[in-house]
Design a binder for this molecule. Sequence first.
Ligand code: PMP
Ligand code: GLN
Length: 379
Amino acid sequence: MNSKLPQVGTTIFTVMSRMAAEHGAINLSQGYPDFDCPPRLRELVAERLNGGCNQYPPMAGILPLRERIAEKVASYYGYEPNPETEITVTSGATEAIFDAVQAVVHPGDEVIVFDPAFDCYEPAVQLAGGRAVHLPLSLPDYRIDWDRLARAISDKTRLIIINSPHNPCGSVLEATDLDRLAELIEGRGIFVLSDEVYEHMVYDGRGHVSVAGHEALRGRSFSVFSFGKTYHATGWKLACCVAPPALTEELRKVHQFVTFTSSSFVQYAIADYMAECPEHALELPGFYQRKRDLFCELLAPSRFRFTPSAGTYFQLVDYAEISALGDQAFANWLTKEVGVAAIPLSPVYREPPGARHIRFCFCKEDKTLERAAEILCRL
Ligand code: PMP
Ligand code: GLN
């Protein structure tokens, strides 16, 4: 078989979750909550499911949901996208990312990604016939090296993919970072795909800066948000993409033939919930910051070294004082022999720097974090 994606195996998130289940380990690997989504939201889903919302919704998503998204983007980021021409509902951020890449990347184009990079970016680029150019985030704090980016941009660069808050590193971009990006691509035919699925998980009083709110960037950018993350419902696979009309038009040409549309009753229920409970998103940074603080406090006596995450529900830790194993071997050992599953970083690098870092996910019940930390502190 002449594979179109020869280097791709099963995603590390599936591999580690499966290993955790097989070995009965506490699963702090794949990012999903072990608590349920809000009861009122579940009630609304049931109401909409039983209330006849079960046929094809419009291709771009139901209008009430796109209207709620427009209001939310306006209130958080200061720009109100047009629900008719600038917002598309998709089946997860994964679909939005795939659609955006197919929409703008032509064979031979280069797409710049920053390593470690979420694993769905490169395969989408490859399937579009493009070439991913990998730039490492700078250690120790995993920041973009803007001078290096400036040198990497070429006449072939078509798209730059950024991700803030960053999975797996937990770093966040600031307004000055977006200004720098805008300067670098000004006057060139380069687009930006901004993966902002953890927009409501930024801590210590810092706010998320969205490309959708950046005057110089939003005219050439796709901003991707995920309801799965915000509403503790990763299994519903509902997300959206905000992009200017010309980009949205191209994105929808792909979307209509990838999924056409997304689950009807879930769209209605989320639109209802956004109108009824706007405080949910406002409370999210506090909710997860408390979990981050608890997890960091519990791990403080351990031999793991870390700086508390600035964003996302992930915490990177350095295990160099505990083991000389490579990160994949260490994560396997931790899962199988110690009983706590984590994500190694090397699978999400083109050229792993050899750092002894793994990722723990803290969107878990307090008691799960306590049980895991108790085990980890014994190492
Ligand atoms: N981007 C990043 C950085 C993620 O962590 C995730 C979560 N899996 C996604 C995209 C995909 O989100 P979704 O589950 O909405 O497809
Ligand atoms: N975003 C999730 C994580 O980083 C994984 C999503 C997936 O399994 N595709 O753990």
